[in-house]
Design a protein. Structure first.
Length: 264
């Protein structure tokens, strides 16, 4: 039997999971951890798996029929119409380098539509959240994007999948085009938090090329619910599981898309 609980109730499940996992990560931050490379560019830590265990325990206890897609555990498919997308430590490289820019990211899809998302930064204790159709919030404060209207004044975050995962060499082309035209281009290794910065007006635009789905599910909804324009690099409406995305406030939308090379 599928869950029929309102998404606002399920948001409570995600919040409890993110807060407990985040507090665990905060308690471990700055403690020397032994890293193991999952690939030549992707490091893994024990904290990733331990944070994931906390989150999955919450979901399985409250929503036992739901499917889960998590960075460490992979796809745990129960044939449910609901599927949780979990990044238990978004910004593992930052955590390892003792940079306090990382988060817990949890999103929920129903039949391939993102219906809620939470992102928690346990160092700043910022809790971002959104439910489809209900707006986006930082704690209890409703979010809205910036009003910057020219590229030369804009700050843009750039995301990309790990080197070797992208299907072509397009990411460097896009990055170069963005860097040449905006005031500042940021590459900060925590996509979920970057989406939230866009949602609250801290940055003005974001380009994501082949970022992992669990990095962006929660963040894309938070940005959309804040009023940001989120579309594919082909300037088509964003539909999950699109992984090549241009997002910005409404004033920069056309200018940002003009930077994307044709045929991407």
């Amino acid at each position: 039997m599928q869950s029929t609980r309102p998404h606002s109730v399920l948001l409570g499940v995600a919040k409890a999971a993110a807060l407990e996992a985040g507090e665990f990560l905060a308690s471990r931050f700055g403690v020397t951890s032994e890293g193991s490379f999952k690939s030549s560019h992707d490091i893994g830590l024990a904290e990733d798996k331990l944070s994931e265990e906390i989150i999955l325990r919450h979901i399985r206890r409250q929503c036992p029929s739901h499917s889960i897609y998590s960075e460490e555990a992979g796809h745990l498919d129960s044939q449910s119409e609901y599927c949780w997308y979990v990044d238990p430590l978004d910004g593992t490289n930052n955590f390892f380098a003792k940079l306090p820019y990382f988060s817990v990211s949890i999103g929920l899809l129903r039949r391939d539509e993102i219906v809620l998302g939470v992102v928690y930064n346990p160092i700043s204790r910022q809790f971002f959240h959104a439910v489809k159709g209900g707006g986006a919030y930082l704690d209890e404060q409703r979010l809205s994007p910036s009003r910057v209207s020219t590229l030369s004044q804009a700050v843009c975050a750039f995301e990309r999948g790990y080197v070797g995962e992208a299907s072509d060499n397009s990411a460097p082309q896009v990055l170069e085009a963005v860097q040449k035209n905006v005031r500042r281009c940021l590459v900060m290794w925590s996509p979920a938090l970057d989406w939230c910065l866009l949602a609250c007006g801290g940055i003005d635009a974001l380009v994501s090329i082949d970022s992992s789905l669990e990095d962006q599910v929660a963040g894309t909804l938070i940005a959309q619910e804040a009023g940001c324009i989120v579309r594919s690099v082909r300037n088509e409406p964003y539909v999950f599981p699109e992984r090549r995305i241009v997002a910005s406030n409404s004033e920069l939308h056309s200018q940002m898309h003009a930077l994307i090379p044709a045929g991407l």
